[in-house]
Design a protein around this ligand. Structure first.
Ligand code: COA
Length: 246
């Protein structure tokens, strides 16, 4: 069964998980550690995972999966017992988080509700993301495949990430793309993924201009006043504020 050494290690990891909730959840200010253990589903899911992972490492059959399943029922967080999770992970709100079998998470990572660290298909072997230290992953973000999320990166809410993410960058959108690297906007012709031109609106505008020309011609032949021209607005603004909010 679990030896004293394993139990001591798990206790240390859980202490850091509770400390992470204290440090990173404003709602946890002034709350005791026991209250956090009793009322924070993300912390409970980690506690269950630390035990299940320890048992998995000792080769105990069936029990790790059962603990993981019971934890999923209670917290809405599904963590495969084999997933490697470093100290100081904070899963805020919990519900809907999925962490796959070959996922690796470094130190002091924050995940919000609805985050998936998943595979892209039926591949075997390493097929889930590696998340380095001090990364924050926003609510609903999907990180798919054996990609690496560089240390200190921020992944926006609802982002879908299928490629490696550089360290200290901010990545948003679907597909996820860096909008900040080391605090600077990335340079280059393909760097602005948010304010894309709208080819459908451009095509309709060209047709509208030709129709207006024909109407003017017809009105002139009839000796009538030309009617007002139709206004075609782009489906999304090409300049101005980010249409996705933020
Ligand atoms: C990505 C995030 C971390 C932004 O961090 P930041 O470094 O402060 O970056 P900014 O706010 O300056 O945003 C950078 C750009 O990305 C855009 N952006 C930010 N978050 C975005 C998102 N989730 N989806 C799409 N675009 C986003 C911003 O509008 C901005 O665009 P701009 O360059 O055109 O101005 C933050 O917006 C986010 O999504 N946090 C997750 C929070 C969360 O899940 N909370 C749940 C609480 S229950």
């Amino acid at each position: 069964m679990l030896g004293l050494g394993t139990l001591a290690r798990i206790a240390g990891e859980v202490r850091r998980d509770v400390a992470a909730a204290h440090a990173r959840d404003p709602a946890a200010r002034g709350t005791g550690s026991l209250e956090i253990l009793a009322g924070w589903p993300g912390v409970q899911a980690l506690l269950a995972h630390r035990v299940a992972h320890g048992m998995q490492g000792l080769g105990i059959p069936a029990l790790p999966r059962s603990i993981s399943f019971a934890s999923r029922l209670a917290t809405g967080v599904e963590i495969h017992p084999c997933a490697q999770i470093g100290p100081g992970l904070f899963i805020d709100h919990g519900s809907g988080v999925v962490i796959g079998e070959t996922a690796q998470i470094g130190e002091n990572v924050t995940l919000y509700q609805g985050v998936t660290l998943g595979g892209t298909g039926f591949a075997t072997g390493k097929r889930h993301p590696t998340v380095q230290d001090n990364v924050t992953v926003g609510a609903g973000a999907k990180l798919l495949g054996a990609i690496t999320i560089g240390h200190g990166a921020k992944i926006g809410a609802n982002t879908v990430v299928v490629h490696d993410v550089p360290p200290n960058s901010t990545v948003v959108g679907n597909p996820g793309h860096p909008v900040r690297v080391d605090g600077q906007r990335p340079e280059g012709p393909d760097a602005d993924w948010v304010h894309l031109p709208d080819p459908v609106a451009e095509a309709i505008k060209a047709l509208s201009a030709r129709i207006a020309e024909l109407e003017r011609e017809l009105a002139a032949r009839r000796g009538a006043e030309p009617g007002p021209e139709g206004d075609v607005r782009p489906l999304r603004p090409v300049r101005g504020p980010n249409p996705t909010g933020g």
